[in-house]
Design a protein. Structure first.
Length: 616
């Protein structure tokens, strides 16, 4: 740089020396501000809130029933000593003890599946967040584009040929510098068979940011010539230039290209021989993947530090949109709304951070991709922070998902996998709500209608083991992902649970009263009837709810089928042999099992319109 320029902390000096004065330390430096933003960034996880909300609703329902049960007992004179243990066990049964474990198991299996798709999960809750993600803020370089400059156009001027333009550009390039522009020029020169063998370079000055150009001197056919390559204005100031160069440079820049001018000739006859336009081309699959994300209901925004023209051109190529906001416009819109912008250009790290927060204030679930240290605050703030394949260690530490392959393909896989996990957890949660409502109402109303405990605390505890923990196999179920972002609507789910719980409750009471009145079973075998009825309807409800269409629409996983079969066989064996309960005749057990299966199959015919009406 020139005297008086600012040197930023962390910059790498490749050559030269200088003396300087420290003008900022700590959080007042560029790196310090980034570190402060990382410290203040806070990812809001919805998973814990969801679990507590579900528990709150279930406990509230049970609390009302237990209070009604105590009031009834006081009215009719039943002994509280018998009711209190029953009520406590009933409250315990309402707590979805396996819910956190099932969520963790489902997300852990999902993390394993994502690892095979090239996505490493750093925070399990991000899988659930990815299912709800409706906005993805994507970096341009390395994510949408290849992060590799390529020569997009070579435009000769002042009567020069394209071969002469590439010859001079290659003379002013050096592969040893590993400069992406030099590498791109030399690669094209090699493909076009530009002969550099007859040129003996005697001097080379690498690109100088202060001069904005690089220069080479070579001897060609006994003549000493110079070649310059750099910013069009800087090169045109040192050589004779065609007046048309400026308009052509603006035209190429408007297409999103990085434009360089090339000059060459003898010392006293330098002339601009042409313009070179470079682009970082999009990945071949970027347009299709962005279209896939849009079809999944995810709005893709491009967020980049590149200029407005470049960002707009790339966004148009891949189908993101052309409504572009520069940095100043972004800062103005943070308070008023940014919904009508597809591309945010010339942004700084703090701008990305504030953009994510603004989207979150508008109730969006935000994904953010990044690769550098300066992206860490936004990656940590976003619900789904995604570090791309070539990201720094700091970016990976701040992110919740880390990609191992370039491009957006892994992100599409992450969204689809997360939504499949959501569908499994929705099945489990609905099933738990339905069973809790059925069990709580059945047992509470059973006491009020019969003035006796229709099940023992031991059988309630056994019911928890036979139903709740077996249903953890839902985490392995075969499901399809939803086509739009998934959001947990607990109130609607509770209403759905009440509807289906009531339908199943009708069956439970019908079997109970049939066994008491027609079969004239005493209380002990009746308790066994109640127990196996709750087990059979609980297992059947899983298969009723797992498929939003009719139950035969898709095949459950083998692990899920095996767990249910083992559960039913074990319960039937215990009921017939009288283990931990009064024995029942095998024909009674089989009849109850068959009746539950047929009744739930009938409910399945009503299920599809009911779920559609309830919005599930």
């Amino acid at each position: 740089g020139a005297a008086g320029d600012t040197a930023w902390a962390g910059a790498v000096v490749r050559r030269g020396e200088a003396s300087g004065e420290v003008i900022a330390t700590g959080e007042r430096t560029y790196f310090g501000r980034t570190a402060k933003l990382v410290a203040s960034a806070k990812t809001v996880s919805h998973l814990q809130t969801i679990i507590f909300t579900i528990v709150k609703y279930l406990m509230a329902i049970n609390a009302v029933l237990v209070a009604a049960l105590f009031a009834y007992c006081l009215m009719v004179g039943l002994r509280l000593a018998d009711i209190i243990p029953f009520a406590l066990i009933l409250m315990v049964a309402a707590v979805p003890a396996a819910l956190p474990a099932t969520f963790t198991l489902a997300t852990a299996l999902g993390a394993l599946e994502l690892a095979g798709c090239g996505v490493l999960v750093a925070r399990l809750s991000a899988i659930e967040e990815a299912a709800a993600m409706d906005v993805l803020c994507s970096d341009k370089t390395g994510t949408i584009t290849c992060n590799r400059l390529a020569l997009a156009a070579a435009l000769p001027l002042t009567g020069a040929s394209e071969a002469e333009l590439l010859f001079m550009a290659a003379l002013a390039s050096d592969e040893a510098t590993q400069d992406p522009i030099d590498v791109a020029i030399l690669a094209v020169a090699g493909k076009r068979a530009i002969d550099l063998q007859g040129a003996r370079r005697v001097d080379f000055v690498p690109f100088d940011p202060a001069l904005k150009l690089c220069e080479a001197t070579a001897v060609v056919d006994g003549r000493r010539i110079r070649a310059l390559k750099g910013a069009p204005q800087a090169v045109a100031a040192r050589a004779n230039a065609d007046p048309a160069w400026e308009a052509e440079a603006e035209r190429l820049a408007a297409q999103g290209s990085r434009v360089l001018a090339v000059a060459g000739g003898q010392e006293d006859a330098l002339r601009v021989v042409g313009l070179l336009a470079f682009q970082d081309p999009p990945h071949e699959d970027s347009p299709a993947l962005i279209a896939s994300l849009k079809n999944l209901g995810v709005r893709v925004l491009m967020v980049t530090g590149d200029g407005v023209a470049t960002a707009r051109a790339v966004a148009a190529q891949v189908g993101i949109g052309e409504r572009t906001c520069g940095r100043m416009e972004l800062k103005q819109r943070l308070a008023t709304g940014i919904a009508d912008c597809d591309v945010f250009a010339e942004v700084l790290p703090e701008d990305k951070f504030e953009l994510v927060r603004a989207l979150q204030r508008d109730r969006h679930v935000v994904g953010m991709t990044g690769d550098g240290v300066n992206d860490a605050p936004a990656l940590k703030q976003a619900e789904v922070g995604i570090a791309v394949a070539n990201a720094t260690d700091v970016a990976k530490a701040a992110a919740s998902l880390v990609l191992t392959r370039a491009g957006l393909g892994n992100i599409v896989a992450a969204v689809e996998t997360s939504r499949r996990i959501y569908q499994r957890m929705l099945t489990y949660t609905l099933n738990k709500i339905i069973k809790t409502i059925e069990i709580a109402l059945f047992l509470s109303l059973g006491v009020m209608l019969t003035r006796s405990l229709i099940i023992t605390p031991l059988l309630i505890v056994l019911l928890l083991f036979t139903n709740d923990f077996v249903t953890m196999s839902i985490a392995t179920d075969h499901v399809t992902h939803s086509v739009s972002p998934d959001r947990w609507d607990i109130r609607t789910m509770v209403v759905t649970g009440l509807v289906f719980g009531t339908l199943v409750l009708m069956l439970s009471f019908s079997l109970f009263f049939f066994a008491r009145s027609v079969l004239e079973l005493p209380l002990a075998p009746l308790r066994t009837v109640v127990f196996i009825t709750l087990v059979f309807t609980g297992q059947g409800t899983v298969y009723l709810i797992r498929e939003r269409a009719h139950f035969w629409h898709s095949r459950p996983s083998l692990g899920m089928l095996a767990a249910s079969a083992a559960d039913i066989v074990a319960v039937c064996f215990f009921a017939v042999r009288g283990i931990l309960m009064a024995p029942l005749a095998p024909v009674v057990v089989a009849a109850i099992l068959l009746t539950c299966a047929c009744y739930l199959a009938l409910i399945d015919l009503l299920k599809v319109p009911l779920l559609r009406r309830l919005g599930i």
